[in-house]
Structures are given as structure tokens and as C-alpha cells.
Design a protein around this ligand. Sequence first.
Ligand code: FAD
Length: 623
Amino acid sequence: MIYTDSYDVIVVGGGHAGTEAALAPARMGLKTLLLTHNVDTLGQMSCNPAIGGIGKGHLVKEIDAMGGLMAIAADQAGIQFRTLNSSKGPAVRATRAQADRVLYRQAVRIALENQENLDIFQQEVIDIILDQDRVNGVKTKMGLTFHARSVILTAGTFLAGKIHIGMQNYVGGRAGDPASIMLADRLRELNLRVDRLKTGTPPRLDARTIDFSILEKQHGDSVLPVFSFMGSVDQHPRQIPCYITHTNEKAHDLIRANLDRSPMYAGVIEGIGPRYCPSIEDKVMRFAERNSHQIYLEPEGLTSNEIYPNGISTSLPFDVQMGIVNSMKGLEKARIMKPGYAIEYDYFDPRDLKPSLETKAINGLFFAGQINGTTGYEEAAAQGLLAGINAGLFVQQKTAWYPRRDQAYLGVLVDDLCTLGTKEPYRIFTSRAEYRLLLREDNADLRLTPIARELGLIDEARWARFNQKLENIVQEQQRLRQIWIHTQSTHLAEVNSILNTPLTREASGEDLLRRPEVDYKTLTALSVFAPACADAEAAEQVEISIKYQGYIEHQYEEIARHKRHESTSIPDNFDYDKVSGLSNEVRLKLTQHRPVSIGQASRISGVTPAAISILLVNLKKQG
Ligand code: FAD
């Protein structure tokens, strides 16, 4: 049965990738359908109830700068906000919020249900409909057919998902949800490389059975950060603390004694797990010299007694989980509400994707999120947004868009995935970016909002706020440039009072701000430079752009050097066999990866600068 005429874009899956993937084309004015197993789990956090962190917070701000939802939902659901690395340079400062998972889901659902051009339908998708090498729609479990010009799959950990607790395992998409078996079987028939990965989660504890009185308390920041460029502190719900406990030798002995009952160590799990989010059994084995690991006890919400013990993800049997939990200070009588588990699932080699996240094999079919080998809500949401935009552009028959590595963490993420692929769950880090000083959280809007406006993703309110901020920045820069302190000035003593060495010649406000000992707040507290700009975000930009001007200019010069060839494109049908002078290994890698540009080709491991020179010459010949 055909349910309706046709959609422009169909999104399969209502997780973090799927929700952003559905919102983007709908905002672009395209008729969009979101199909998901269960409407009540839209925006569900499968694992830790937190958004942001180093690198991840950068992605959240970029999603927001492009009109996405994640930052807005996090502002409405965050119950403990912090700026990480606040004492370090602006490039690595990052926002993180502990989230109330009910409030988060609620914010996502409200946004989706109120989005124009977006329909939501609860059904499992079991098949994708193809017309030769083009996608044409999807089929659902109850036999409904939906047609669309493009389809985005965001099935997360659900494809052939298998849950492990000790030596027991069963089919599932995540705890309490069914796996996608039929769709996984169908996808395995396509010309796409597929493999298995695994991830895990800790047991959840009942707060009423924890002795918090003997544990160290950790509060959020006193000045609360905000995620969205459109958000405000007033949107944050009540803030509550986390607590800290530690594992000890007793727990470690128990883990070592039961390794033969661990599905990972007994060889029952084939998939590789996230290196940077290891299970407790992994930590005990890999860091054998450590006799303790710090565990954060994070509340799952304001109205829930569930506690997330961050740091003891495990797939050990339930009796061992209880032993580990009860061995820790404050948790001697703690009761487990939900067992910890590991899950294995199918993922597709992201090297089979274009940087637009369209599959190379099937026109109009896009993949986003955990299905591409990543881990994390933020990585998934960022890909969802990009796939949503490009599915929209595909329908509009426009050129695909994706950010460069020097433009966004999203550009770094997608380039890493499509060029290098991944053998373990991929997560973003600031260290993955070459141009960190340009890709800051604070300037994500300056980098991306104008592009997003062109793409049709930015509404009038956000555009007005953005332009006001730009104007405030320019005005404040001019003001500081125009105030001069001469050596005869009546303000000299006041100004000298904040300097390490007194002024010996005239200086403008801009010159003074360049001095390491002077920050914007101190400068504008002086009567001659008061009042400070009322727009705190604009003031921050003025300070950073002046203080780091030298470094920023240096990064731009480096980019210009690379860019000369970075964007030289390689045609889809470029024949590497006709290029003489390439080694067989390089030829094979280029043929397998089919990079879309010289920049992408140069980042494939083993592709040497010499091979790039040969390619450049041959591009001209074959062109
Ligand atoms: P998901 O959030 O998994 O959403 C997939 C959606 O697709 C769901 O709504 C599902 O119902 C729907 N769906 C699937 N198949 C179909 C179908 N055939 N038809 C209709 N709908 C379908 N991340 C970390 O950063 N650190 C961690 O330590 C971590 N641990 C994790 C542990 C576990 C046990 C799990 C399950 C996840 C963990 N994650 C962790 C990962 C994090 O949850 C994911 O990265 C993130 O949720 C991926 O988002 P997604 O949108 O790609 O997929």
C-alpha cells in the first residue's frame, strides 16, 4: 500500500542524527518525513545524559550556528553546566551540560512536532526501494510504501544489534528497544562495505540507596554558560550537583577474577569498542598499574532517582556488576535499577560516502550518525544536519555543500571519516583539527551562520541577532582603536595602574588590549575606556580577535598555502589506471577511496606529495 504521494526527503531513525537530518530539509522548505520505531523515544539519550565537552561542545555550537536543534534542547534540559578548560586558551574552551533526559526528549519532540513541512510516522523501515542505482523510497514492517527523492538512514546501534551481559546475549537495538534485522539484511545486499563495532554502558543506580553524605560533591559553574547563540541562562532548569567516588583494588580483583565471563575477553564480541570510552574491565587490564579510577555519579534528571555512574561501563555478568558497584565508597548498599551492557551492531565503511554523506553507490541515499562508525550524540547530530542539508540540495538539484577542515569541526569529522575511514568508534577531539585557533566555540556563528542563511536554514530572528552582533563587534573595535592614551594624558596614571610596565609612548585601547596582562574586563573598567560593550558575545570576539591577531593571521597564511590545491576537484570518472608513475599501492588506494579533491587525496595514508604532483599533472591531461 502506498501511504501518500511522495516526499522530498525521508529520514529513517529518530535519534540524534535523525532529528537534525529531518529538521534541516524541512527548514529548507522541503516536504520531509521522519520514520522511527517509536515516537516516544525521539531524541533519546542511549547512554550518558550529557551534551558537549571538548570537541563535542564545538560541534554543538556549529549545529546551532546552522540553525540546528541540539544546543537549544540542551539549554532547556541542562541541570549542570560547566565551561571546561576555562583557564586555557579560547580554542580549547568547551561547554558541557549534564542533561535531564526527560526534558531533553521533550524539547526535541516539541521542536519536531512544530516544524513546518515535517511529518512524523511511527513504523520500522525494513527495506529501501531502488530504481537501478537511485533510491526511490522505503518500505515499512506493516507493508506501507513511502516514496521520496532522497532517503537518509540514521539507524544508530540498531542494525543487527546484539546486546551482551556476561555470556548471555540477545537481539536488541539498545536496552528496551528492538533491533533492525530486516533492514540490516537488506543493506548487506548492497554494494557497501559493512563491519561490526561495539559500545557499552554502565548499570544505573537508585539514588535512594546511595550515601551521598560521605562523597565529594561537584557543582556546576557559578556563571552558567549557554549553548545556543539564541539561548539565555533563564532557559536553564534548576541546577544540581554530581558526586564523585572511586573504584578500588577490591573491584579490580573481582574484575580480573571474572574475565573469563566477560564477552569481550572470552572472544564472544567481535566488534571493536570505543578506545576513548573504555569499559571498566578494559581500564583495569590496560592500566594495570592504577589501583583506582574516578567515577562520577551523575543524576539522570530532576524528577528521577536514576544515577549514571560515569566510568564503569561494562558487559560483565550482573552478579559481578553488583560486586563492583557495592565495593565503592558511598555505594555499599546501592541497588542497580538497570544492568550495564555492551551492544554490537553493523556499521558501514564511511569511505563509501561522498563528503556530502551521500553513498557513492546509490544516488540520493545518505547515511548519518553511528551507522557511519562514529560514537556520540554530537557527532551523530552534526552528521544528521549535514546529510539533511545535502539531501535537500540533492532534491533541489543543487551542488552539495560541506565545510572545509579550516571552516568547522564538522568539516574535520566528515573529511576524517570519508578519507580515512575508521576501524573503531570515531569521536571528535580538538587535536584532530589543524586550525584549532580558528575553529573556536565562540565564533561558530561567525564561521557558519551566513552560509546556513544562504542554504535556507536560518530564520529571521536568528539572522537579525547575528547581524546585530556583527555590528556591535565592529563598533567596539572602532571605539577601542579611537581612544588614545598619550604620555601627557590625564588618564595615564589610571592606565599605568593595570600595566606591568608603564607606557613610554602613546597607545590606543587596541594596543593596550594586546598586552598579556590586560584583559577586556580590566581595560573597560577604567573610566577612559568605560563603558564595556553591553553585548558580552561581541565583547568576547573583540578581545579574542585583538589578543590572538598574530596567531590567527599565521593560521590563515597556512590555509592559503594549502588551499591552492585543496579544492582542485577530481572527476568521478577519473581513471587512475591511465596515470603513469603512481605506485601500485597508491593507485589501489585512490581507486578504492575515490577522493573528490586533491586535498582529500593528500590525506589518504600512503599517498605521498610526489603522487599528488603526478595526479595534478594528469588531472590536466585527462581533463
Ligand atoms: P541512535 O541514537 O541510536 O538512534 C537511532 C534511531 O533509529 C532510533 O530512534 C531507532 O529507533 C531508529 N531506528 C533504527 N532502525 C530503524 C528502522 N529500521 N526503522 C525505523 N527506525 C529505526 N556515545 C558516547 O559518546 N559515549 C558512550 O560511551 C556511548 N555509549 C553507548 C552505549 C550504548 C549501549 C549505546 C546504545 C550507545 C552509546 N553511545 C555512546 C552512543 C550514542 O548513543 C550514539 O552515538 C548516538 O545515540 C547515535 O545517534 P544516532 O542518531 O546515530 O543513533
